[in-house]
Design a protein around this ligand. Sequence first.
Ligand code: GLC
Length: 558
Amino acid sequence: MDAAALFHPDDTDWWRSAVIYQVYVRSFADGNGDGTGDLAGVRARLPYLADLGVDALWFNPWYPSPLADGGYDVADYRGIDPRFGTLADAEAVIAEAAALGIRTIIDIVPNHISEAHPWFQAALAAAPGSPERERFWFHPGAGENGDEIPTHWVSSFQGETWTRTTNPDGTPGEWYLHLFTPEQPDWNWNHPDVRAEHDDVLRFWFDRGVAGVRIDSAALVIKDPALPEVPENPGAGEHPTQDRDELHDVYRSWRSIADEYPDTRILVGELWLEDIDRFTAYLRPDEMHTAFNFDFLARPWQADELRASIDMTLNAHAPVGAPSTWVLSNHDVTRPVTRYGREKSGFAFLDKRFGTPTDLELGLRRARAASLLVAALPGSLYIYQGDELGLPEVEDLPLELIEDPMHFRSEGVDPGRDGCRVPLPWSGDHAPFGFSPEGVASWLPQPAAWSARTAETQASDPDSTLSLYRRTLALRRELPELHGPDFAWIDGLGDDVLAFRRGDDLACVVNVGTRPIDLPPHTRVLLSSAALEGESLPGGTSAWLRLETASADAPTAG
Ligand code: GLC
């Protein structure tokens, strides 16, 4: 079945306001009973995703992988890891999701591969200067004996970025570059084979009906071949491994491949860039369609911070004509329920520590309010699996079960990312909570307290976070105001309040503070993240309202 044919051919703008649910396959649902999530598990739970009301799924890498970095060490771009299933299973997921009106986006990892990939193995076996090595960054070491590291570039996972090889005769050899772990050698994108291979991989998956690709580490792919050290304060385009101007040509050529398909196939960039204009430069009409808005994700739960991020985002996206994205969470960051329950409620990788005091009740309240906020903003929306269940970060995983290289490369200071990757609780009152069959231990253990957070329990509770997400997404789908770009702040409700209008009389009001506030004059409350107190919106609560039309044009005085 041609999955793409199931969507209306005129629906070319679907991605501009789509709700995209991120599936971390390993932890979503275990269909074959081995403790690890898989594609059979996803197929069985597609009706759940349809009921939730999402438009597309983004799958983290599902390729064969030694899992040195949770699958971001890809050994074969055209296959499926046997733990997850087969290529036929992936095709079935794409088709069955499409039959439910859900598109599929997959992860493409162009910066690096797994050391187990045959091209890297061939490069290791070949001599220095050989064509096989040209596809990667092999380099002699510095110093007289070549035993000093070629550059002092720091890994995104901390530590060094070069590993020395051993020659077939046992003597120390060249070094190779890896911006992440040594198991993830970086490709040399100046090599035509590397470009041609990726072009082919894109077509391979587009031909199988995927609606888009999420481009991993998209700003790191090109390096300065002169291998300079990183300047102290690198200006725009001056960093040897980040955001290099030559990247734009790569994504322009990818866009032309996506555009070979008559229905819209999208490119979504993972771009961690501070400079918003450098960020939106990747979203020009002949480059990527959208990119993850990490600025918003990283902001603390404070009205001025959130408002500044929203303004900056909308203002920078408008000139390139690309929609914003709104992302509260993903498989790399601390879950919002935990983050927003902390004194420092913003996110930074280098700030993660064991034992940070957290008020989970407060965090959940704010995370629910945040979900109504992001669902009301113009653009597309990402939901990371488990956020719809209000799951917190799991912060007490037994140390011996932690797998994330971020933990090890920080010498155990950073707890790592496994705490947001714990298998989902589906049903029942004890682990594995329907994730795996009864009696099977899931690959990471679930907290006993998750008995109160299973999808099954929450589905029958109208006040649950799952019910709130379902109502929110259903309403978002129904309300045409939420699908266009129209947006205007409503001022005067107080310093701790974010309020804005979409269309003539639809409003979202978010009380970021702790004290109740008066709502602006309205005819109806369509939705709220917690019960209202009479006509007041309690602290840490959001509401969607139909305004009295007069007040829509004349904002209330504060
Ligand atoms: C991206 C992924 C992350 C991975 C890294 C290296 O940031 O989201 O999970 O570890 O790239 O591929």
